[in-house]
Every structure is written in structure tokens, then in C-alpha cells.
Design a protein. Sequence first.
Length: 198
Amino acid sequence: MAIRESEVTEAALTVLQRDGFEALSLRSVADELGVRHNTVRWHVSTRAGLLELMSDRVLGGCTAPPLPEPPMERVRALFERLRGALLARRDGARLIAGVFTTGPETLAFAEAVIGSLIEADRTPQEATWLYWSAFYFVLGLTSEQQADQQDRSAALQKGLSQGSYPTLTLVAPHLSSGDFDQRFDYGLTALLQGSAPS
């Protein structure tokens, strides 16, 4: 049975959505497609290669028009779309973490963000480093949001009771806050405003 690379990618995303990151393998994708393991390996030889294809596919559509005209508003919109794309997939942030891909969707996203930052008078180095800082902020926060969480407040209180942490005790309600939308907005705003050219 002949299959296309795009079918392998979509089958892998189906496995991810249904069974989670740990269940993802070349064999599970082959089972999803109803083909032999070697058929999938003809398109992608390793699990790492499969993750690269999937990661790039998750970013699909993040740069689609329309986007705001002002460059910094455009940057914010792009990172909002990135977060939305990660949250739309089970274990989406975990999938992308640690994956380096030069797929077309990934490159288009980087091009759009860095190009917008340069348009907003950042130097090429500042634009690149701010891109990475914001990307990893979104990835880390979304990964935390998607993780299986016990009662965060109770776990934190138990940890704090083991020693003397006066400052952490003071800010404990904020450390255990589960309002990820507010944390995202605050963190991204701080990054983008803090990078404003002097």
C-alpha cells in the first residue's frame, strides 16, 4: 500500500491526540495507517525524524493572513497563534520541545517574527534573541499548562512546610496560580516591552 509523507504525519498526530506522547512510535503510526512498519520507515527512519515532521505541521497556519500591520502587534499575534496551536494538540508543547526542524512552517514562523522585530527597529541579533526568548517562554508555559497537574497549591504548601522560605511563602498564591492566560499575557508583554529600543 503506497502512502504519502503527509499521511504519515497526520496519522502520527492522530496517535498523539488519542494516546499521548509516550505512545507515539513508528510502529503505532504504522498500526494507525494499517501498513507494515517498514512502510512508515521508508518515509521517516527514526522517531526523531517523525517528531520533526509533526512539529512543523503543528505550526501550520500560524503565519496565515490576516495579521496586524504594526510590527509589534504582529509579533504578539504570532505568539498568540503559536500558543493556540500548541494547546490545540494533546502534548503539543512536549512534542516541539527539544525538536530542531527546518521545515517550511517552522521557518515561515521564524521569518515572520524576526522580520517583524527588525521592522520595529531591533538589530538582527536583538530580533533573533528575542524570538528565541519568547518562543521558549511560550513553550515552557504551555508545557506546564498541558502537564498532568496535581493540586498545585497543596503541593506547594507541602514543599514550603519542609523549610524556611519566607519570600516564597509570601508569594505562594502567585506561584500556584493556574491562570495561564494571565501569565501568558504578562510574560509576553514583559518580554516585548523590555526589548524596546532605547
